[in-house]
Design a protein around this ligand. Sequence first.
Ligand SMILES: [Ca+2]
Ligand SMILES: [Ca+2]
Ligand SMILES: [Ca+2]
Length: 302
Amino acid sequence: MFSAYYKVKIVFIKIIIINLILIFIKVSFASESFQIVSLSPESIIKNSNETFTMSALYDVSDGNNTLSGLGISLYFDSTILSLESYTICEGAIGEPLLITDTNDSLSGDNDVQTDKKFTMAWINFPDLSWPNKELPIVLCELTFSAKSVDNSYSTNINVCFNDNANNYKGKATNSLVTINNEIIYNLDIDKNGKASGASDGLLAIRYLFESRGETLVNGVIDLDNCNYCNIDEIEKYLENAKNFIFDIDGNGEALGATDGLLIIRYLFESRDESLISGVVDKNNCTRCDVSSIESYLQSICP
Ligand SMILES: [Ca+2]
Ligand SMILES: [Ca+2]
Ligand SMILES: [Ca+2]
């Protein structure tokens, strides 16, 4: 009797202990808190040479906006994307670092495609008052341009946490970027984002007048902002542009003395009669008057 009583008691105590352990596990899971960094947009599709802006948003799972800070890196593939510019949320420590990171086995994002990381940190210790703003906040905005690709590519921009506030873990949403190799043909030949007479216009007319090589590109490329910067890229693009879009008057061929002059006049802001005067093939044109020529030229501007 006596020993049976103790057996029951031991079983009872065991049940209580197991229950206490379960409650403890439940409580510790429930109290797990996260500093959350989400990239926006989560997925994006762009063509070669187009630019886009990626935002990193910061939130905290329990809404606590007074923590010690955060350290993150954004990883990207520099063979496909180039980082053009960035803005960083105020309060960051020093300048962000752009580092080549090829060794994924040590500290990377476990993504062999990404080879560069952009590292930022915010810290407010021991005050514990970061960011002290209504959440979510924008941590940074990175503007990328998609490089020329031979095939379509998909690549991730990944978030990794270098430092989290005490008792917080990092939780990230990465972004999937798809770059298509579709090339857009327009009058922005050097792909600096705009069509201008003194660069693109001269490139077009020189090409139509058979200039090639150094004499084609000399002094007319926007070297600070071009995406097509070298002779090979420019010549290849111009050859296709000549076939696809440079026949402005629509007479079946792209020529310097007609189409080339139409292009350069238009890019130098000539309009109306002064745009088309003397440079349209009146006998064979399919775009012959001011309005059809202007609207066509407008349609092939970026
Ligand atoms: Ca990597
Ligand atoms: Ca241009
Ligand atoms: Ca023509």
